[in-house]
Design a protein around this ligand. Structure first.
Ligand SMILES: Nc1ncnc2c1ncn2[C@@H]1O[C@H](COP(=O)(O)OP(=O)(O)OP(=O)(O)O)[C@@H](O)[C@H]1O
Ligand SMILES: [Mg+2]
Length: 388
């Protein structure tokens, strides 16, 4: 539930240069519920992506920054001005492509001051995204669920993000040694000491997260399914007791002969699993047994619980980014989602069909400031945004 003490985070302005289909845009936003409507391919999702880039320094749609640059240009920039409940902040994220060198340049500013560490930028603007792709977190391999954990925990804890970067760097070095067939244990001792240092921190945070996430997750599953469904979330670390640095290091040392044989690092947080299963049935994994509808329920509950978790950890109401989700929900899930909207701060929606949302918008106008924008392409194919 929303409590009086929570800080209300509000996006106030979005300014873009060469960002996807927007060569240039400056848009003031003042609503609590903001709708971007328009035809397919007009640029609605790109606007949410821009906000996400300032929140997490990455898009939720693509892995490559170059994809975000307007075709035939060589850089993009996004500015988001927002109020975090205490002060107004301006975030600037830019990325340039240099065709002739490998030297791709990223620039991050907070209030026009250069930020040299990514960890200081990520999560300043707290957001939670709801997108049709959320189902993949449930339905794809364990890597997708680790990614979900890593993005979320990185945005909350700079130390997690930095440990993860270091871990991945050292893991790469270790993999290289293994692949080359280096067979000298002394080479591995120093690397494994570093892996244990960073890996144990990451494992500890993941464990803590799953423990605290359990209750809101189960509550939302019940709410969405009218208590017909119950699912639990379990963390299955690759190294038992690996939250402790010494146990972590001991496990790596013990496994080294095997790693040398298969030329891979088989143990560690890069092999951890997050599993959804029925209560008291830890061996039945949701992926194998759940219906499509049950998976949708879990995906929705996962994101609602993410919102609750970020709110609890930061004392702030994150900005909700809702990409085309509302129209896709069946009546029960839609009701649950609309109920959830009463618990949140600002939300930015995209939809092709604003008429479908008319009832909802009317109902909400009584309680919140609602703002509707139309996104459309102009005669030269550039996107424009107009207030309706
Ligand atoms: N780097 C880029 N440069 C220029 N245009 C791009 C770039 N990347 C994508 N586009 C185009 O941007 C347009 C808008 O895409 P976007 O996904 O934001 O639309 P949308 O309004 O969300 O559509 P839908 O309703 O189908 O979800 C698409 O026509 C796409 O081809
Ligand atoms: Mg879209």
């Amino acid at each position: 539930m929303k409590s009086a003490g929570d800080l209300f985070v509000r996006v106030r302005e979005i300014a873009l240069e060469n960002f996807r289909v927007f060569p240039k845009l400056q848009l003031a936003v003042s609503g609590d519920l903001v709708f971007f409507t328009g035809a397919n391919g007009s640029g609605k999702t790109s606007l949410l992506e821009a906000v996400a880039v300032c929140s997490m320094v990455r898009s939720f749609r693509t892995v490559s920054d170059s994809d975000l640059i307007t075709w035939d240009q060589n850089y993009y920039s996004v500015d988001v001005i927002f109020h975090d409940g205490q002060q107004e902040l301006r975030l600037h994220a830019a990325y340039g492509r240099h065709d002739t060198t490998q030297n791709n340049q990223r620039r991050l500013l907070i209030n026009k001051e250069k930020v040299s560490r990514l960890a200081a930028f990520i999560g300043r603007l707290p957001t939670v995204i709801f997108s049709p792709d959320d189902l993949e977190i449930i339905d794809s391999g364990p890597g997708e669920r680790r990614r979900f954990l890593d993005i979320l925990l990185s945005s909350l804890y700079p130390a997690y993000f930095e440990a993860l970067q270091q871990y991945n760097r050292v893991l790469k070095q270790r993999s290289l040694l293994l692949r080359r067939g280096v067979n000298d244990a002394s080479y591995f001792a120093a690397l494994d000491c570093e892996l244990a240092l960073h890996g144990s921190l990451i494992q500890e945070k993941r464990q803590q997260f799953v423990t605290n996430y359990q209750a809101p997750f189960e509550r939302y599953v019940q709410q969405i399914s009218h208590s017909r469904d119950a699912w639990q979330l379990s963390y299955r670390p690759s190294i038992v007791d690996g939250g402790d640095r010494h146990s972590y290091a001991a496990a790596l040392a013990k496994n080294l002969p095997h790693d040398l044989k298969v030329k891979m690092t088989l143990r560690g947080i890069h092999r951890d699993r997050l599993v959804f299963h029925p209560p008291q049935r830890p061996n039945l994994e949701l992926q194998q047994i759940a219906s499509q509808g049950q998976k949708r329920t879990v995906a929705l509950a996962l994101k609602m619980a993410q919102y609750a978790y970020v709110k609890e950890q930061t004392g702030k109401l994150p900005v909700l980014l809702v990409d085309d989700v509302l129209n896709e929900l069946d009546i029960n899930r839609r009701q649950a989602f609309i109920g959830f909207l009463h618990e949140i701060g600002q939300a930015i929606f995209t939809t092709t069909d604003v008429a479908e949302m008319e009832g909802f918008i009317k109902e909400r106008r009584a309680h919140s400031r609602v703002e509707v924008f139309r996104v459309e392409k102009n005669s030269v194919g550039h996107a424009e945004v107009h207030a309706l």
